[in-house]
Ligand binder design. Structure first.
Ligand code: GLP
Length: 244
């Protein structure tokens, strides 16, 4: 796991944009894994700017998002599909058929999850996957648990996550209790992983990631240690609790 430390959120976003730009320029048909949350918004702005300046072309790029809330359709303002369209897809020249966000409204999730896995595999796998991290160490919606699921699956969100994500909804009651997420195995199959960790709320996660080398399903991000090409980009605020 490689760590890159940057001064602030803006610098983290620019560093990540540099990595994504290189992948896209080297392979205009690259397959990207994408994340939601506040953290990637700066990176998405950089990618939009580069696309609008004619520097990056998304016309043949394919993307797969990590996760979605159960019960929310693509047009619901709290859905991750809506988030992605507002913050990235509507502003770049990506083909609508080429971006996939897991459905929040599938009828048969056992079947749907298998189909989502197959779609990623048939696209050739993710060349690069972007991750943020939850305050409890979750990635995608792989919540702390006794064991982690490998494949795309449905998950019950923890109370911590429901509280943390309630800022995107009018009230905490509106936050869905369940979600669908790529599994840890799906994530680890990506050829390259970039994790963005910013802000003081992530300081404990950052400290643990650097100082505790165990693989612990109660701290899902620790499983990224099993991958050979992970770059964590963090800002000073996220590093304020690092003990050494
Ligand atoms: C959600 C998403 C995660 C994301 C996390 C952190 O729970 N499922 O993929 O990493 O939020 O979000 P933020 O970047 O807003 O802190």
């Amino acid at each position: 796991m490689k760590f890159v430390f940057k001064k602030d959120y803006d610098q983290v976003s620019k560093e990540a944009a540099g990595i994504f730009s290189e992948i896209i320029k080297n392979n205009p048909e690259a397959v990207l894994g994408l994340a939601t949350g506040s953290t990637p918004i700066g990176l998405y702005k950089e990618l939009i700017e580069a696309n609008q300046a004619g520097v990056l072309d998304f016309s043949k790029i394919k993307t797969f998002n990590l996760d979605e809330y159960l019960g929310l359709g693509a047009n619901h303002e709290g859905s991750y599909c809506y988030f992605m369209e507002q913050n990235l897809f509507n502003h770049i020249n990506i083909d609508k058929d080429n971006y996939k966000v897991p459905s929040g409204l599938a009828e048969d999730y056992e079947l749907y999850c298998k189909q989502y896995e197959t779609m990623v595999d048939e696209a050739g796998g993710m060349d690069i996957l972007l991750l943020g991290v939850g305050e409890n160490g979750h990635i995608g919606f792989n919540e702390p648990d006794k064991a982690l699921s490998s494949k795309t699956h449905v998950v019950d969100l923890t109370e911590d996550t429901i509280q943390a994500n309630s800022r995107f909804f009018d009230s905490v009651e509106e936050v869905p209790r369940r979600a669908v997420t790529m599994g840890m195995g799906t994530i680890l199959k990506a050829k390259k992983i970039v994790v963005l960790i910013t802000g003081e709320k992530k300081a404990e996660v950052m400290d643990r990631l650097l100082n505790d080398e165990s693989l612990d399903p109660q701290f899902p991000i620790s499983f990224l240690r099993g991958h050979r090409d992970v770059t964590v980009i963090a800002d000073e605020a996220a590093c304020e609790k690092i003990k050494r």
